[in-house]
Ligand binder design. Structure first.
Ligand code: NCD
Length: 423
């Protein structure tokens, strides 16, 4: 696996499949270490049955010792922020945090890039959650090579959710959950159900699943179907065309035709046994999301589609025993509380994997690394003084003389010979 040290995680596309599998392997180790330690016993390691090694609690606390994680959350969060912070504590690092926009200088009008440039000088890694799509990329780009050179270290930016765009670390723990339950991802049928238009977890997950070769079935009211840009990317890059249905019952009927927007059909138009057969044979994992009412441009639509799908006892009795029922949480009213007692309900376990998975991500990206050298200022219209330098022979090639302020000279980018810098 290539090194993740110092790299940003803005999109799920920032990691290769091989790198994601590497994160799974490390998360497995952290998960077993956490199980042995127990949530309250970090300070008092128990006797280990296995050999002492890298994964005993004392060694775990050395992995990120001396490192500081900054969590900048400009939108509400429970799981993402707290599991990142717990992960950093478990690895021996410390945490500074902004838990709401109104308690930071964003409330005074500071732009995001400025906040990030400042926080980067206080921390080794930044996790950002922001209401605007693309905010994580702006944050990553605000730490340009010049700034990194000044800091003397890379400060990776991890996207903890940017508007309705992406939520890549949630996707890694979602894929981890599916992989643990089924021993694979390729070839599985995964149903994405709910507000597929606005749920960032679904967008990153759809890409992740397609990349690992799963089949996607999208179940939502037509108004809440996957955005066109996501579907286009799925098709163009992975040859993946999700099947779209208005309801679970519709799984027993042909998929929705592309482009159909109106005429919702959520009711039970098929018998229970037809439904049972369709769902059982077509779904290995069911991923449900809440209506993201804070992201609707038209609040009336949010109201209209509310409670248009519910996972309840009736649906449970129709689906196979092997189905993993997942939810990024929080749930509102789309999964009946009665479902929690069923062994297929995986959502609390899924949320608990947030800690080992984020420990793995932090351990991989937060490792101190020397930044690449700062880009040199190029001084225009100066010829290289080396008579045999290629720039003095190749027609049409201009010399590129770079200022080296440390020693007060200009250095040729081609032959590397140096000459005095005349101001
Ligand atoms: C999700 C999010 O914030 O996008 N929550 C999470 O990170 N586990 C899902 C949601 O808010 O519905």
């Amino acid at each position: 696996m290539s090194s993740l040290a110092g790299r940003n995680l803005v999109s799920i596309f920032d990691l290769t499949n091989e790198e994601i599998e590497g994160v799974f392997r490390l998360a497995d180790r952290f998960q077993s270490a956490l199980r042995e330690t127990g949530p309250l016993a970090v300070g008092r390691p128990r006797r280990r049955t296995a050999k002492r090694g890298q994964d005993d609690p004392a060694s775990l606390r050395k992995v990120c010792a001396g490192q500081v994680l900054a969590t900048l959350f400009f939108e509400p969060s429970t799981r993402t922020r707290l599991s990142f912070e717990a992960a950093m504590h478990r690895l021996g690092g410390s945490v500074v945090s902004v838990a709401e926009a109104k308690s930071s200088s964003a409330a005074k009008g500071e732009r995001l890039a400025d906040t990030i440039r400042v926080v980067a000088s206080y921390a080794n890694v930044i996790v950002l959650r922001h209401p605007h799509e693309g905010a994580a990329l702006v944050a990553a780009e605000s730490l340009d090579p010049q700034r990194v050179a000044e800091l003397g270290r890379m400060v990776p930016i991890i996207n903890g959710g940017d508007g309705s765009h992406e939520h890549p670390t949630q996707t890694i723990l979602d894929l981890y959950t599916i992989n643990r339950d089924h021993g694979k991802i390729a070839g599985l049928n995964v149903a994405l159900c709910g507000d597929l238009a606005h749920a960032r977890t679904v967008h990153s997950l759809a890409y992740g699943l397609a990349r690992f070769g799963a089949n996607l079935k999208c179940i939502s009211p037509p108004e809440l179907s996957l955005p066109e840009y996501v579907k286009r990317r799925l098709q163009a890059e992975f040859d993946c065309v999700p099947e779209e249905y208005d309801s679970f019952h519709a799984l027993a009927m042909p998929p929705r035709r592309p482009g159909r927007k109106r005429g919702r059909r959520m009711g039970p138009l098929v018998s229970d046994s037809e439904l049972a057969e369709a769902v059982t044979s077509q779904v290995d994992a069911l991923y449900v999301t809440r209506i993201q009412k804070e992201r609707f441009r038209d609040p009336a639509l949010a109201k209209a589609v509310r409670a248009s799908y519910v996972i309840d006892g009736a649906l449970l009795s129709a689906i196979g025993r092997h189905v993993t029922i997942m939810h990024p949480l929080p749930r509102v009213d789309e999964v009946d509380y009665a479902v929690d007692a069923d062994t297929r309900a995986a959502y609390f376990r899924q949320a608990s994997y947030g800690v080992p998975v984020r420990m793995a991500l932090l351990a991989l990206v937060a490792t101190a690394k020397t930044p690449p050298p700062a880009p040199r200022e190029v001084v225009a219209h100066v010829k290289c003084g080396n008579p045999t330098c290629i720039t003095n022979h190749e027609p049409g090639l201009e010399a590129r003389m770079m200022r080296v302020p440390e020693v007060g000279v200009l250095r040729c980018a081609y032959c590397e010979q140096e000459q005095e810098a005349r101001q």
